[in-house]
Design a protein around this ligand. Sequence first.
Ligand code: GDP
Length: 315
Amino acid sequence: MTARAFITGIGGQDGTYLAERLLADGLEVHALVLAADGHPAHCPEAVVLHRGDLADVDGTRRLLLEVAPSEVYNLAAISSVAQSWDEPDLTARVNGQAAVALMESARQVGGVRFVQASSAEIFGEPAESPQTEATAVRPVNPYGAAKAYAHLTAGVLRQRDEHVSSVVLYNHESPRRPARFVTRKITSTVAAIARGDADRLALGNLEARRDWGWAPDYVDAMVRAARAEVPGDYVVATGVAHSVRELVAAAFSAAGIDDWEPLVHQDPAFFRPADPTELVGDATRAREVLGWEPTVGFEEIVRRMVEADLTLPAG
Ligand code: GDP
């Protein structure tokens, strides 16, 4: 029988790249989709879609027992820090409790390799930089707190020999990133300016620094974590931080626009009440244990995103 994988969060950037990767590896790929969402963009036809809600713990458990996968990737989440402030209880249910329920469902299936998509947000405003797997987990928003609960429980379940890994993902981008994230907001607006469809780019904090990587590389880290002999926590990051300002400069440069300063304007509406000034990860463990390394650098990520946006139809 062909090995099966089960993905939650197939509608997101990572879910579609992961599905492509697992299909290429020869696995049969099953995925959970919310009934309201329809067939996700970029989702390969070969993926077997199951309608359901991760927060419906009993329904999801029945489904997992029926599919009986050998690899489970939990990517589904309330993905916005802003929404987590508006709906902290929903965030706790989906990002925290439902993740742990899925880990327990996987245990009931038996022999499953489980990968939890965690986030640099579990570190909050870290006292040390770069962060490692040993950095104190001290979230500063409901999103980070719920992700922290799932991350910590993964570690607890490993103590009774469950193959549950938690990958602590830093910002990772691609042309499939929605425009609510700053990278895609910048590349899509710069492309619109280059086409003459927009005249300026309004942003918040230009000095915030993030560790931006290439999404398919981060999916590769997830697959390596699932297939490693021993489960663990892994920081997945490039180790290099850039400012939002550098991102803007790289995007305009990729679009062939040199004199960009007058086109960018700072709008208080896009500043956040609490915003880590710098998040940068040290992926030494992922490199040493999983043989993982990022393959696409910052400038190239931005160039690929701008090029993709330049070829999109206007609108
Ligand atoms: P996050 O790190 O997961 O919150 O990813 P984002 O891409 O949403 O934000 C990255 C950084 O860009 C944060 O420090 C934001 O404060 C900063 N930023 C500056 N201007 C903007 C903006 O207009 N939109 C967004 N989304 N972020 C912005």
